[in-house]
Design a protein around this ligand. Structure first.
Ligand SMILES: [Zn+2]
Length: 306
């Protein structure tokens, strides 16, 4: 899940004044937990020992969600990446209860790229423009050369019911397949909050635990381990990290996404076994982190294990 930093967020906020979320998780213990924070994530951060979430998430039928009007008001007031979390000794942010406004998250998308002219799915794949590479996490020490990456733009539907254009960096070997997966998500109107290239600043920013950015290439190692994550090769993708948090023991990433640890309370943007997202990525040969034993990473899809 790929995630974001405060500075970046701040600029994004001014860019679109909105609330989109993002987060990019990091790989954790062998897995990839990317997450992030809309503003932060660097490499993942986590939570204090103890309970990952303070209050058990509500169950399906009657979730304690604010009425529509109240929810809309709160959502308008929520600025992703604006509230750095207290840090745990291991460097992760503390896993705090999910703010009510984010428990059934449906934030509007802040457009970085012009929206598609029609409701038809459109996609582009090209060499990575210099300006995009410069604002990305790529550097000469990454396990892929810059010319082994591609810049993708794809249409997607937001939680706001509107049509948007997202951007991704991915391995040249995966670019075409990713377009097909996003074509399927678009046809199913699977909602995505934000989709943009992760910046280097986001990797080192203080965690805010509220990011929800869908991302592929992020030059980072598996959390807490020396090896590179599949994201660092552009061979993995995190889909709606906040709605599909990574969890391992008491760690939840993004840190404020505990409400989504309850997979029986169905909400838009969640990735569940056998659903359209899992089937779309299975068709292109990518595995799903939600099926892992031990650490669960339902936001994560990869062309390789890990
Ligand atoms: Zn991932």
């Amino acid at each position: 899940m790929s995630l974001i930093s405060p500075v970046v967020l701040a600029s994004l906020a001014s860019l679109v004044l909105l609330v989109a979320g993002c987060a990019a998780p990091p790989d954790v213990a062998g897995a990839d937990a990317s997450t992030g924070t809309a503003a932060s994530p660097g490499p993942l951060l986590g939570l204090p020992t103890g309970s990952p979430t303070a209050a058990p998430p509500p169950r399906s039928s009657t979730p304690p969600v604010p009425p529509p009007t109240q929810q809309a008001t709160q959502a308008a007031a929520w600025v992703v990446g604006a509230r750095p979390l207290p840090l745990r000794p291991d460097g992760y942010g503390e896993v705090l209860p999910t703010p009510p406004v984010l428990a059934d998250r449906r934030l509007a998308t802040a457009d970085l790229l012009p929206a598609p002219p029609t409701a038809e799915f459109t996609a582009t794949v090209s060499a990575v423009p210099g300006a995009v590479l410069a604002r990305s996490t790529w550097h000469p020490g990454c396990p892929v050369r810059a010319d082994e990456l591609r810049y993708l733009t794809v249409s997607f539907w937001g939680f706001d019911g509107r049509h948007h254009t997202g951007e991704l960096l991915a391995n040249v070997a995966a670019a075409g397949r990713l377009v097909e997966a996003f074509r399927a998500l678009h046809a199913a109107r699977f909602p995505i909050e934000e989709m943009r290239v992760t910046t280097a600043a986001e990797l080192t920013a203080a965690p805010t635990g509220d990011g929800n950015n869908t991302q592929a290439f992020v030059c980072r190692p598996v959390n807490g381990r020396p090896e590179w994550s599949a994201h660092a090769r552009g061979l993995a993708l995190d889909l709606n990290p906040f709605c599909n948090p990574y969890r391992r023991n008491d760690l939840v990433l993004p840190e404020l996404a505990s409400a989504y640890v309850d997979r029986t309370w169905l909400r838009p943007g969640m990735v569940l076994a056998g659903d359209v997202a899992v089937r779309a990525f299975a068709r292109i040969g990518w595995s799903w982190g939600g099926a892992w034993i031990g650490a669960r990473d339902p936001m994560h899809f990869a062309a390789v294990t890990g």
